[in-house]
Design a protein around this ligand. Sequence first.
Ligand code: GEK
Length: 245
Amino acid sequence: MPDTSNKDTIYASPGSHTGEFIFDEKVVDVFPDMIKRSVPGYSTIIHMIGQIAQRFSHPHTRCYDLGCSLGAASVAMQQQIADNSIEIIAVDNSSDMIKKAKTLAKNVHGAPSITFVESDITDLALENASVIVLNFTLQFIAPSKRADLLSRVYKALNKGGVLVLSEKLAFDDAQYSDLVTELHHYFKKTNGYSDLEIAHKRAAIENVLIPETRETHHQRLMDVGFSSADIWFQCFNFASIVAVK
Ligand code: GEK
């Protein structure tokens, strides 16, 4: 997807820390720049979601991109799946995100179509899926609703189907946790964010993005029925899991 976004300066000025982080028009305008400069490995993860989808998708099934933002994972799947009997359903509850995403995605001859849906993924019906992507989305869902969502994800998948679950992780080991947090801050600083911006963003997102440990994720995936779940990518405190039904 072409990067048509502006530079993220949302938390650059001293008075910019005003309330909790929300996915509004201001964020939409800078989103590709923000996520690439904030999430280590984002571009690799997006490209590889396309590759994983190519391997697991089957004719006449659906690939869901839940919490799609501007549809980067959907476009990666569209680019790597050469089968237009497959449908990509991209869902987000931010109307600003969906409005912009619709202007960025294109129909590609012989490739799956992408349908953008504005909906809360915690009450969306899911069905006939071979691939479901939750790329840095579950962390924004209330922890009490996560098991139910993953259980519906599991039920919607056909046998052999895959869930790609990418999340910011928490760690029980305080020393390790401090190290990866510092390395992540270093990553953000080398990408041009100031200490002030990093601190403001951290405060704004504190009660909005709730990370869990990989053990919690693994146990919940096993509890809802997945036969295997393991990390295929990790950089600092950001990881992506593949879970197979
Ligand atoms: C990407 N996957 O570029 N229902 C629907 N969408 C939601 C909900 C909900 N209940 N809660 C949050 N969102 C994308 C990146 S961003 C991650 C995902 C980040 C949406 C929210 O509106 C936002 O667009 C997305 O989840 C999280 O591959 O910004 O760190």
